[in-house]
Design a protein around this ligand. Structure first.
Ligand SMILES: Cc1ncc(COP(=O)(O)O)c(C=O)c1O
Length: 421
């Protein structure tokens, strides 16, 4: 019996609330609230409160009643409006209902979840695949579960928030190395005590700057130090490597990677996350991984769209080629216009335009929107300290004409705001 059940409730026992003690728990956010208000007071729109009024295609939406080219989505392969994907989702909605109302380990594993995991195993050529409700949860689950108190997680300083949060949820010792520095990774690994397991966490593409990791060198260093390796291919899946598996495939290190983490919210075009692996004991994760066990599974329509999309991505060579053409053309064009870009050449489908401060970045973002193109504005903590940027992400469905229009809009907005001469 609980304590509450033993002791009947008596209103006279209540201690009156003293409103003069304690502090408003929101007061710590005052600097951020004031900074935001000061920015909005200059007359710009809030870049983090935009509404897509209608979405017409992977590359076109209505925003502020204006048809706008989308250059700030993760829809790299343009799968969101694929007719086969949509038909699969509709069918599953009709046949299985709108949601599972349960965890994967209880009533929440439907035929569609298994089919989605089969599609992933085929796509990655692995023995195991585990579907999570988001990519965020996949990282949260993997990091917090496989590395324990005596183990070390060695991660790139620019790792995604979900990787950091997974580390915070678990008990492992955390060691950071300088972004994309093979030397620093090697140095940190050398300093570790010999006891304890080691997990090196890398990303194929780093999503803020669009730069790729030197995976060949990093994997060699990590393996020499006896570490297991995770690579997050959230932004590489679909268009890197012969089969579109990601940067690790292109780098030829598939056999040395222990876990690949990914998401359905980018190239796959829906929502969800996954981990694939060949480790013989991997399936025990289904019993011990809290972000897998203690949450509801994805709706049947979502896993049906994901499975269909993943299977189509296996044969998307033409789309992949066009995405790379778009990315290279935009990078070259923006550089020629005089913008400062985060990478010397197009390394992925993300082209980041660096700007000097928040105010200039928001003014440029708004000028682009008024021209008719939407990009992502990014600021710390999503970006490294002091870095403000406009992130352009290309889609395989952007037409040559649209890329030309985008460059024209950047030129006009850049001149109007003084960002380029
Ligand atoms: C590198 C990386 N990993 C994981 C995630 C999380 O993916 P999801 O949107 O499925 O939660 C993201 C999302 O932006 C990401 O950029």
């Amino acid at each position: 019996m609980t304590e509450a059940a033993r002791t009947p409730y008596d209103p006279a026992d209540e201690v009156p609330m003293d409103h003069t003690v304690g502090r408003d728990l929101f007061s710590k956010f005052d600097p951020l609230i004031n900074e935001r208000q000061a920015l909005l007071d200059t007359g710009v729109r809030d870049p983090f409160a935009l509404v897509m009024e209608k979405v017409h295609s992977p590359t076109l939406a209505t925003i502020n009643a204006k048809k706008t080219i989308l250059l700030g989505t993760y829809n790299y392969m343009g799968m969101t409006f694929d007719p086969d994907v949509i038909a699969a989702g509709k069918r599953a909605l009709d046949e299985y209902g709108s949601g599972t109302t349960g965890s994967r380990v209880l009533n929440g594993t439907y035929q569609g979840h298994k089919e989605c995991e089969e599609a992933l195993k085929e796509f990655y050529g692995t023995r195991h695949a585990m579907v999570f409700s988001t990519g965020y949860q996949a990282n949260l689950g993997l990091m917090s579960t496989i590395a324990g108190k005596e183990d070390y997680i060695i991660l790139d300083a620019d790792s995604h928030a979900s990787i950091y949060d997974g580390c915070a949820l678990g008990n492992a010792q955390i060691v950071r190395f300088r972004h994309n520095s093979v030397e620093d990774l090697e140095k940190r690994l050398r300093r570790l005590p010999p006891e304890g397991g080691r997990l090196v966490v890398l990303e194929g593409v780093y999503s803020m700057l669009g730069d790729i990791a030197p995976l060949k060198e990093m994997v060699a260093v990590a393996k020499a130090a006896g570490a297991m390796i995770v690579v997050d291919e959230a932004h590489g899946m679909g268009f890197f490597g012969k089969h579109g598996r990601g940067v690790f495939e292109e780098a030829g290190v598939e056999d040395d990677i222990d876990f690949v983490v990914g998401t359905f919210s980018k190239s796959v075009g829906t929502v969800g996350g996954f981990v694939v692996s060949n480790h013989p004991k991997f399936d025990v994760m289904r019993l011990v991984c809290r972000p897998y066990v203690f949450t509801a599974s994805l709706p049947p329509s979502v896993v049906a769209t994901a499975a269909t999309s993943i299977r189509k991505l296996m044969h998307a060579g033409n789309k992949r080629g066009h995405l790379w053409e778009n990315s290279r053309r935009l990078h070259l064009g923006l550089r020629e216009l005089g913008f400062t870009l985060a990478t010397p050449e197009a390394q992925s489908a993300i082209i980041a335009v660096l700007l000097p401060d928040q105010n200039t970045t928001v003014r440029m973002w708004q000028a682009l929107l008024e021209q008719g193109v939407y990009v992502n504005m990014a600021r710390p903590p999503a970006t490294p300290a002091g870095m403000y940027l406009l992130r352009c992400s290309l889609c395989a469905d952007h037409t040559d004409e649209q890329v030309g229009q985008i460059l024209g809009m950047f030129e006009a907005a850049g001149r109007a705001t003084g960002c380029i001469a």
